[in-house]
Design a protein around this ligand. Structure first.
Ligand code: HEC
Length: 125
């Protein structure tokens, strides 16, 4: 009987933990979002230039440093380092964080989707 109660309360505790677990960042989901939202303009191969600069190695990279890409002054002189926290802030509304950027992406307001995206970007090394 005691064992049954212990098992039951363990199951209840697990059920309470569930939302946190299902919100864990997911690079695979992030890749799908990337393809839809970023892939038109950004490549993931080192040095590849499209409408936007390659995002290879973006996490931890200093802004405006892909050779041969014509950045706006705003991006080039932003002084930002694209760590996860900065990317998260930027991707909500790029034009607010880098005023004058030529990136026309409107932004991703869903924090979970941004988390997934950044988890995927972190795999591009
Ligand atoms: C319509 C084209 C377009 C889309 C869509 C787009 N970008 Fe961009 N992105 C650009 C351009 C152009 C720049 C260069 C901006 C500048 O120089 O001001 C840029 C710059 C960036 C930078 C800064 C890179 C650096 O080297 O400093 C990051 C990070 C970035 N984009 C991430 C993303 C992500 C993630 C997505 C998808 C959620 C995305 N972009 C969607 C065109 C786009």
């Amino acid at each position: 009987m005691t064992r049954y109660i212990v098992t039951l309360s363990f199951a209840a505790a697990l059920a309470m933990l569930q939302p946190a677990v299902s919100h864990a960042e997911n690079a695979e989901a992030g890749q799908a979002i990337f393809k839809k939202d970023c892939g038109v303009c950004h490549g993931t191969v080192q040095g590849k230039i499209g409408v936007g600069p390659s995002l290879f190695g973006i996490v931890g990279r200093l802004a405006g440093t892909v050779a041969g890409f014509r950045y706006s002054e705003a991006n080039k002189n932003s002084g930002l380092t694209w760590d996860a926290a900065t990317l998260d802030r930027y991707l909500v509304s790029p034009r607010t964080v880098v005023v004058g950027t030529t990136m026309t992406y409107a932004g991703q307001k869903d924090a979970e989707k941004r988390g997934d995206l950044i988890a995927y970007l972190a795999t591009l090394h």
